[in-house]
Design a protein around this ligand. Structure first.
Ligand code: AP5
Length: 191
């Protein structure tokens, strides 16, 4: 089973990914986590991504596509993947189709977490209090990330709606309720 967890910044994708890993044993592929690891190690890729991320912009498509390609290839025999934070543009979605074909896998379902903008900002402020992410600290950057989502990432939902594999979950509910709703979808996909 391969799934995409989709939604705006602070919608709860990382939180729900942890729940899904525990219950379904999938491999978590978070492009945000992979980029932060590169930044921490001080690699050339990390250095080039740092300013874009800290300012709230997306990194170039080819960078994240390359990272995902490596991860799929090195985890070929896993039970499946949770793609978290990828794809974030329509060209990335097209590239993922290509990678799936190349590696003999397919995306079973895309789960879109819906959360209102005011709630995203509230969650951002709360997470910013304990987070060491530079992109969590500045209200201007938080606002920018939400705008970038609306302009560049939201159209990806339509891409998967057209394929008939897009399911929405109300991300305004409690973490536990959101996970129950996700589980209903994943259990029906598994059958
Ligand atoms: P990334 O790390 O992917 O950031 P994101 O998608 O914006 O996701 P977040 O980690 O900010 O939020 P989340 O949805 O995981 O929410 P969380 O579970 O933490 O990307 C960072 C940057 O890297 C991007 O801005 C971009 O520059 C770059 N990048 C990454 N991927 C890229 C790509 N594919 N292409 C180009 N660039 C890319 O929850 C948030 C908070 O809310 C937490 O405190 C949590 O406890 C709380 N919470 C969660 N659920 C609930 C709930 N139901 N009720 C109340 N509180 C909740």
């Amino acid at each position: 089973m391969n799934i995409i967890l989709f939604g705006p910044p602070y919608a709860g994708k990382g939180t729900q990914s942890q729940n899904i890993i525990e219950k379904y044993g999938l491999i978590h592929l978070s492009t945000g986590d992979l980029l932060r690891a590169e930044m921490k190690e001080g690699t050339e890729l990390g250095k080039s991504a740092q300013k874009l991320i800290n300012d709230g912009f997306l990194v170039p498509d080819e960078v994240v596509i390359g990272m995902i390609n490596n991860k799929i290839k090195s985890n070929k025999h896993s039970k499946g993947f949770i793609f978290d934070g990828f794809p974030r543009t329509v060209p990335q979605a097209g590239a993922l189709d290509h990678l799936c074909k190349e590696n003999g896998i397919s995306i079973n379902v895309v789960i879109g977490l819906t959360v209102e903008k005011d709630e995203l900002t509230k969650r951002a402020v709360l997470r910013g209090q304990t987070s060491n992410r530079a992109d969590d600290k500045d209200p201007v950057v938080i606002g920018k990330r939400i705008v970038v989502y609306q302009e560049e990432t939201a159209p990806v939902a339509n891409y998967y709606q057209k394929k008939g594999i897009y399911e929405e979950v109300d991300g305004m509910n409690t973490i536990e309720q959101v996970f129950r709703d996700i589980s209903v979808i994943l259990d029906s996909v598994k059958k």
